[in-house]
Design a protein around this ligand. Structure first.
Ligand code: ADP
Length: 466
C-alpha cells in the first residue's frame, strides 16, 4: 500500500512537472520569436529611412556627426544585402552575410516574392530571421533589400532552459518520491497499528479495543466501527459462556438427582416393586431432561439462523382455537377455565408454525403460573397496523424487578422457583425470538397476586389467506 501510494504520487507529480515544463518551453519560445520579429521589423523599417540614392543606387550614409545614428546603422546593417531587381545583380552585401555565404543567383532574385515578407533560414551559424523589402529610387528603379538577424541567442536560451528542465526533473521526481514515501508511511501508520492490535485480539482478550486518534476522520470512524463490532462480539461471547454454564447447571441437577436415587436404590431396594418405583420416578426425570434438550435444540437452531420463516397470511382465530383445544385437558385437570371467542375474523402475516409455538409457550405458562380454579383469557384483536394476540391469567403474577429478565435464557423468577413449578426458563426466550423474527413486539402487564398479560403485536394479514 505504501509503495503503491508513493508510486502513484510520484507518477502524478512527474507528469505534472513534465507538462508544466513543456508549456513553459512553448511559451518562452513563442515570446522569444515574437520579440525577435518585432525587433527586426522595427530595425528594418528604420534602416529603410536612411537610404540615399547615389548614381541610381541605394547607399547608406556612414552617419558622420551623429554617433548614435552611426552605431544604429552599423548594427542594423550587419546582416544586409541589396540586389538590383531589374538586372538581378548584387548591389551590396555586408561582410558578415558574405562570410555566411548567403547570396542569391540572378535566377533566385527573379523568383523572390517582391512583397515585404519574413523568412527563416538555417545556416551553419544557426537560424536566421530575414526581412525582405523593396527600395525604389526616384527614377522608379527597384531594389530588393534583405535585412537579417541571428536567432541563435534565443535558440541558445531555449536550449539552456531545456537543459535546466532535464536536470531539475529527476531531482523533482526524487524529491516527490521521498516525500511521498514519508507521507504515505505517516498516513498509513495508524492503519498498521490497528492491524497489529486487531491481530492480537483473541477470545481471551476481547476487552481490548483499537486506539482512537480523535481526529474524527475516516480512520477514527473505522476504528470506532471495529470497536463497536468488538463490543457486540464480547457481548455475544459472554452470553454464550453464560448459556453454556446455565446448560451445564440445568443438566447437572437432574443428573445428580438420578444418580442419588440410583445409589440409594442399590443400597436399599429389596423388592421388584422398589425398583419399579425407582424406574418410574427416573422416567419422569428423563422426561424433563428430554424436554430441556428439545427446547435447547430448538433455540440453538433458531438462533443459528439456519431456520427460515415460511411467512404467509393465515387465519389467527383458527390457529388459536386449535391450540386452546389441546390445552383444555391440562387446564381442566387444574380446574382452570380458558376463555376464547373463536368467532372473530383476524389474520396475521407470519409463519403459523412458529406463531403456534409462541402461543403454546405463553398458554403453558399461564396455566402453570395460575392457581387451581383460576382463569385464562385468550383474545384476538386488530389494530390499524397490527394484529394482537393476548394471553392473560389471574395467576401469581411476576414481581416488577423480574419483568426485565423473564425473556432471558434460563431466567426464572423466584416465585416460580419457590413453588417448584416445572420449567427451565427457556420458554419466553423462544417467544421473544419468534416475535422479533416477525418484526413484532411483546407487551407485558403483570402484578404479583393479580395475574399477568402477554400481548403479541404481529404484522396484520395483508395478503390472501392460505
Ligand atoms: P419457565 O416457565 O420454564 O420457567 P419461561 O421463560 O417460560 O420459563 O418464563 C420465565 C419466567 O417468567 C418464569 O420462570 C416465571 O417466573 C415467569 N413467568 C412467565 N410467565 C408467567 C405467568 N403467566 N405468570 C407468572 N409468571 C410467569
Amino acid at each position: 500500500m505504501r509503495f503503491k501510494l508513493t508510486f502513484f504520487y510520484t507518477a502524478i507529480f512527474t507528469g505534472l512537472i513534465a507538462v508544466m515544463f513543456t508549456i513553459a518551453y512553448y511559451l518562452l519560445s513563442q515570446d522569444l520569436e515574437s520579440t525577435a520579429t518585432t525587433e527586426l521589423l522595427e530595425r528594418g523599417s528604420a534602416l529603410r529611412g536612411y537610404f540615399r540614392f547615389e548614381d541610381g543606387k541605394p547607399v547608406l550614409p556612414a552617419g558622420e556627426g551623429d554617433f548614435e545614428i552611426a552605431a544604429f546603422i552599423r548594427t542594423a546593417s550587419r546582416y544586409m544585402q541589396i540586389y538590383d531587381l531589374e538586372s538581378g545583380e548584387l548591389v551590396t552585401q555586408s561582410p558578415d552575410l558574405n562570410i555566411l555565404g548567403f547570396s542569391f543567383t540572378r535566377r533566385e532574385v527573379d523568383g523572390i516574392s517582391k512583397e515585404p515578407a519574413l523568412v527563416k533560414v538555417d545556416t551553419d551559424k544557426g537560424r536566421f530571421l530575414f526581412f525582405n523589402d523593396r527600395l525604389v529610387g526616384a527614377d522608379g528603379h527597384a531594389f530588393f533589400l534583405q535585412v537579417g538577424e541571428p536567432l541563435e541567442p534565443s535558440d541558445e536560451a531555449l536550449r539552456r532552459f531545456a537543459r535546466l528542465a532535464l536536470l531539475l526533473l529527476p531531482l523533482g521526481v526524487l524529491l516527490a518520491g521521498t516525500s511521498g514515501y514519508v507521507m504515505a508511511g505517516r498516513a498509513l501508520s495508524p492503519i498498521r497499528t490497528m492491524a497489529k492490535t486487531a491481530q492480537d485480539i483473541e477470545v481471551a482478550n476481547l476487552d481490548r479495543r483499537l486506539p482512537l486518534l480523535h481526529n474524527n476522520d475516516d480512520l477514527d470512524r473505522l476504528a470506532r466501527t471495529f470497536n463497536d463490532m468488538l463490543d457486540r462480539l464480547q457481548h455475544a461471547v459472554s452470553e454464550m459462556r453464560q448459556f453454556t454454564s446455565s446448560i451445564a447447571h440445568e443438566l447437572r441437577t437432574p443428573l445428580t438427582a438420578l444418580r442419588g436415587e440410583a445409589e440409594v436404590a442399590l443400597l436399599q431396594a429389596k423388592s421388584i416393586d422398589d425398583y419399579r418405583g425407582l424406574i418410574g420416578s427416573q422416567l419422569e426425570e428423563f422426561e424433563k431432561l428430554t424436554r430441556l434438550i428439545n427446547q435447547l435444540l430448538t433455540l440453538a437452531r433458531a438462533e443459528s439462523g439456519e431456520l427460515r420463516l415460511d411467512i404467509r397470511t393465515f387465519d389467527a382465530a383458527a390457529l388459536l382455537d386449535d391450540v386452546v383445544e389441546t390445552f383444555l385437558p391440562v387446564a381442566a385437570e387444574k380446574g382452570i377455565k380458558i376463555h376464547f371467542d373463536a368467532q372473530q375474523k383476524i389474520s396475521i402475516d407470519g409463519d403459523p408454525q412458529w406463531i403456534e409455538r409462541a402461543v403454546v409457550n405463553l398458554l403453558d405458562n399461564a396455566i402453570k403460573y395460575t392457581q387451581e380454579g383460576g382463569t385464562v383469557w385468550v383474545d384476538l384483536a386488530q389494530g390499524p397496523h397490527d394484529s394482537r394476540i393476548e394471553i392473560r391469567d389471574n395467576g401469581i403474577g411476576i414481581p416488577q424487578s423480574a419483568v426485565a429478565h423473564i425473556f432471558d435464557r434460563f431466567y426464572r423468577a423466584d416465585s416460580a422457583r419457590g413453588k417448584e413449578i416445572d420449567g427451565v426458563g427457556l420458554g419466553l426466550s423462544l417467544v421473544k425470538w419468534i416475535v422479533d423474527r416477525h418484526g413484532g413486539t411483546i407487551e407485558v402487564n403483570t402484578r404479583v397476586g393479580a395475574g399477568s398479560s402477554f400481548v403479541l403485536h404481529l404484522p396484520r394479514g395483508a395478503g390472501k389467506e392460505h
